[in-house]
Design a protein around this ligand. Structure first.
Ligand code: C2E
Ligand code: CA
Ligand code: CA
Length: 646
């Protein structure tokens, strides 16, 4: 029966294409890439030798004189065909970074070494034993029983590889796992197929198909390598981190952030920036080499790099490298006609000492990329974590959900003093969250987080409803307050149904809208002008009033402010803080005069001392809010406070 070689020929063609692609993408460095490359080479050689073996009798005559070369070709085929399974197992070990497990276990070492050694022994002794194959009197190729040693060897590597992959499946995305698993059923199916139809040589072809799937999903340079910089991207970095934690391998991380990245980008453009980043990468590599430190360098976008270093070495060496990097990144850098001065922050993280899971590390990386570092020295993660409520920050999402579920939000009230009426005439409602683990969580932390994850709507509704209940209570009536101020965050103002909801709730509790003053900020106008103005218009027509909060913190745009239906402007605490400085008094005088001429009332926030109160009174402000009179108080304490001052 004539053997069909087309499958092998196809396999060779595909393999040459894979080969070219690997070299074109420079995917030849590193253990993973190298073991994959070896796999492709083994498969290619197996296919070539298979064709060489089978072409005798099809295209070339068989005679005594060429038996030796046929024998050699068969050897080549068996050696490389069997090596493919070994290399695939090695590839999986590299991918999961678990060579140390193999080194530490006698069983694994035996599984890795014995089967293929048996194959080699069987092949070496074959000329004398004819165990694997021989040629009979008619020069026909005859399989010996020893061929089963070869099959058994491959089966052992495939089973070991499969078990290994399943054990580490959590490291991989679904698609990657499917691609990596595909080789097993494909190979088994092909062996079975060829057993039934021995003239169709599909075994190598099946392996090539599996390798192709892997190169399309797992070994994809587009997904793991930054196209312009040629180093690992943030996805690859995330995988490395996940893998190290999964394998309990200690590592050090040096995080670098180029603070002036975006200004370089805006001024000089992407191309120059990339050339510039390449120079930096080169310098980083040089420093690593000088320090004899092997680091995987990744680019995490927006001017951030991460260097991952094996943590078994002594920490001091990493520390030295971090310091040198910090120094290097402060020098001016000449590139073509540009002289650029860098502004970079460097942070050192020891894992798992400082941070012990990938999620927290990822949250830390994000927070590092936004934390200012005026000192210019290298930042130690341990210190930053200690200082910056980092753990609380990382968990804000769950703290908020916990708070909503357990009803641990509460509304406090801070009295506002009317200078003209000489009494407490209103109050600001300020939300508080007491967490079972972290205690009081500052609103300055959880309000922005709630805006990001959307829970601000629930929190806002809760505060509004609580205030309505309070205003409707008998106790409130006796306090003779004109109104309560409620903060609206930017995200709330951007909600199209905000006005309808507030009007509905106020109606439900039969609260006159005049009793409520909504505090808005200028940022809300910037973010979503149309929705915001619609909301304000509807609310104003319903009878609600508005205060502009935090005036003087941003670049106040008077034109924009005048477009808002405002009653009150609240001067930010920074005014009170600097009120005693001569030039600030000029600013204050003029600001206050202007606001008054525009028919706006003025509240000064954050007034803490008697001197500040006197100054603000002289400057003709209408209201004062601050610790000097009272901190924000729980409802019952607030009622007592006001009653006492009636
Ligand atoms: P804000 O609206 O500017 O509120 C005033 C903040 O200044 C409050 O901080 C208040 O406790 C504090 N404060 C008042 N007087 C003094 C003083 O004399 N000295 C000092 N150092 N601080 C003073 P708090 O309660 O921590 O709130 C922080 C921010 O969180 C608020 O700033 C507001 O933007 C937001 N927030 C608070 N409650 C709510 C709420 O119910 N809804 C929304 N959307 N945001 C809220
Ligand atoms: Ca406020
Ligand atoms: Ca304020």
């Amino acid at each position: 029966m004539e053997r069909v070689l087309y499958f092998d020929v196809c396999a060779i063609v595909i393999m040459l294409i894979l080969f070219a692609s690997i070299f074109l993408h420079k995917m030849t460095k590193g253990r993973i890439n190298r073991s994959f490359l070896y796999g492709v080479i083994c498969c290619l050689l197996a296919a070539v030798f298979d064709v060489c073996c089978e072409m005798f009798g099809i295209w070339l005559p068989v005679h005594e004189g060429n038996t030796w070369i046929r024998t050699l070709f068969f050897y080549g085929y068996f050696v490389f065909r069997n090596l493919t399974a070994v290399v695939y197992y090695a590839y999986l070990i590299s991918l999961t970074d678990t060579w140390h497990k193999l080194a530490g276990s006698l069983w694994l070492k035996l599984i890795f070494a014995v089967p293929y050694s048996s194959v080699i022994v069987a092949l070496i002794t074959n000329p004398w034993t004819g165990l694997v194959f021989y040629f009979d009197e008619t020069l026909q190729y005859i399989r010996g029983d020893g061929i089963y040693i070869l099959y058994a060897s491959s089966v052992i590597y495939l089973i070991a590889g499969f078990c290994h992959l399943m054990r580490y499946r959590k490291l991989f995305s679904r698609s990657n796992l499917v691609a990596l698993t595909l080789l097993f059923p494909l190979t088994a199916g092909a062996v079975l197929f060829q057993f039934i139809f021995p003239n169709l040589l599909v075994e190598v072809f099946a392996t090539v198909i599996a390798l192709m799937f892997i190169i399309l999903t797992v070994q994809r340079p587009e997904e793991n390598v930054h196209p312009a910089l040629g180093i690992a991207n943030s996805q690859a970095h995330t995988f490395l981190i996940k893998r190290a934690f999964f394998n309990h391998k200690p590592f050090d991380l040096i995080l670098i952030r180029l603070v002036n990245h975006s200004s370089i980008l805006t001024i000089l453009g992407t191309e120059v920036l990339n050339q510039f980043l390449l120079v930096i990468i080169d310098n980083i590599r040089k420093l690593c080499e000088e320090n004899k430190i092997h680091a995987s360098i990744s680019y995490l976008e927006q001017g951030s790099f991460a260097l991952m270093i094996d943590g078994k070495r002594d920490m001091e060496k990493t520390e030295v490298l971090a310091k040198q990097l910090n120094r290097m990144l402060k020098k001016n850098m000449m590139m073509e006609q540009y002289m650029l001065s860098l502004l970079a922050h460097v942070c050192l993280v020891h894992c798992p000492k400082d941070i012990h899971d990938p999620q927290t590390l990822s949250a830390f990386e994000t927070s590092f990329h936004t934390t200012p570092n005026p000192s210019g020295k290298i930042i130690h993660a341990a210190k930053l974590i200690e200082q910056s409520n980092f753990h609380m920050n990382a968990e804000l999402g769950s703290i908020i959900s916990r708070g909503l579920a357990n009803h641990s939000f509460e509304v406090y009230y801070q009295p506002i003093y009317s200078i003209t009426e000489q009494r407490f005439s209103s109050a600001e409602a300020l939300v508080r969250l007491k967490d079972e683990v972290y205690g009081f969580v500052p609103p300055g932390l959880f309000i922005p987080a709630a805006e990001r994850n959307g829970t601000i709507y629930q929190i806002g509704e809760y505060v509004f409803e609580e205030v309505c209940k309070f205003i409707k209570s008998d106790a409130f009536e006796k306090l003779n307050l004109t109104c309560i101020e409620i903060n609206l965050s930017v995200a709330q103002c951007m909600q199209t149904d905000l006005a309808a909801k507030l009007i509905e709730t106020a109606g439900k509790y039969q609260v006159a809208p005049e009793k409520i003053n909504l505090e808005i900020t200028e940022t809300a106008v910037e973010k979503s002008r149309e929705v915001m103005l619609n909301n304000l218009d509807t609310l104003k027509n319903a009878g609600f009033r508005f205060s502009l909060d935090d005036y003087g913190t941003g670049y106040s745009n008077i034109q924009r402010i005048l477009a808002l239906p405002l009653q009150i402007v609240k001067l930010d605490k920074s005014f009170a803080d600097q009120a005693e400085q001569a030039d600030m008094q000029i600013v204050l005088q003029n600001t206050i005069r202007m606001l008054r001429e525009l028919n706006l009332e003025i509240v000064v926030e954050g007034v803490e001392t008697k001197e500040q109160v006197d100054l603000m009174t002289n400057l003709n402000c209408d209201y004062i809010q601050g610790y000097h009179f009272s901190k924000p108080l729980p409802k019952t304490e607030f009622i007592t406070f006001i009653q006492k001052h009636l």
